[in-house]
Write a protein that binds this ligand. Sequence first.
Ligand SMILES: [Zn+2]
Length: 471
Amino acid sequence: MKMFKRLAAQTALALVCFSAAAQDKIAETYRDATARIIAEATSPATAANAWNRLAELTDKYPARLSGSTNLEGAILWAADQMKRDGLAKVRVEKVMVPHWVRGQESGAIVRPYPQPLALVALGGSVGTAGVEAEVLVVKSFDELDARAAEVKGKIVVYNVVYDEAADPIVAYRQGTQYRGSGASRAAKHGAVAALVRSVGPIGHRTPHTGGMRYADDAAKIPTAALAAEDAEKLQRMQDRGDRTTVRLVLGAQILPDAESGNVIAELPGREQPDEVVLIGAHLDSWDLASGAMDDGGGVVAMWEALRVIKRLGLQPRRTIRLVLFTNEENGGRGGLAYRDKYKEQLAKHVLAMESDSGVLPIRGYDFAGTDKARAVMAQIAGLLAPLGGTAIGDRFDGADVMPIIAAGNVPAFAPDIDMHRYFFLHHTPADTVDKIVPAELARVAASMAAVAYIVADMPGTLDRAPVKVTQ
Ligand SMILES: [Zn+2]
């Protein structure tokens, strides 16, 4: 999970859609099939099987950062397993991805109270053989700008507190502004490096990595995420009047783009195989994590959804296409490559679904599309009460399918997950499979299976309209 964008439907163009009477019948028509899907997907045997698959993925291929041999190993492993599952049209479609490597790194307070700091380079940062300077701790961009005269030659530390009382995604977005552009904002005032307090609640002094981007009009200075506890300590030292000097060494390097791929498998439709319900998640992860929650859980949930539908002998009218995207974390090239390759077919993508918010309790769902289509999705969601909440919000968040939606006016759907536990683990070495609860993973898989099946099978397709991506 990386970014958040909202889609707002514009001018409704009624294409193929339902009559009001047909809409009312969706829930009734699919009540039994949904119950069967939920029973199968959430049975203890299926839940254990899905969890074991996630354990195998993350034990064998942790640290699936773009350009790594682990990511490519995971891609081949997933394609091989999908063939063994008997899924159709299994393939890996080539995508060129950025290749950033971390290297050796360290940080420490050198004066006046020498001690190591817990920090990790942010993905995309340039390296440094060693930069040593006094720190200036600020709590916001406003404070940075107000103290601009003090910044030159310093290491800027952004001590931006993650608001644990807020909705986790809101707190996360607040912090990622600093992670994303903090280095360039500091560099414009003459900083020599930037440290960003980890975006996440105070945990176990575990810094969270994540993506950053340099602005074109600022010097590229090294930048790292600092454990929240260490950011607080530097703040206290500054508040006591200490002039603290920090030394930072980052072995980070940007190498030439590497070859990777999206892994695809299908359950072909029985009547309109050229019409597609896309279900996706991303197979890559950050290098420090095993990527169980982000996003191995999403991968296995979507994959399991397809397996459950197949195992029950349900063959929907339209095709369900599983896409395991590459390079969500530091480039989004998998989503872009899919959009370009299937440009001519996007008009026949009837729904795009993505799971990249963790496999945790389901609060409800988010949908991007017209009100008419939303009414149909609300009926479908109403069948999912045994799995958690059923409300449908409009905060659809899915970095991989966003380019597809924008290019093809494709309606989009995602589970709305309670992310409180997610951000303790996100982008850290603590993101491991033991944190995943089999029953929670199974409930996400069940919900995705039911929605994919119904939308792929129902008599008409969802209403769609040109969409505008807003933020
Ligand atoms: Zn993710």
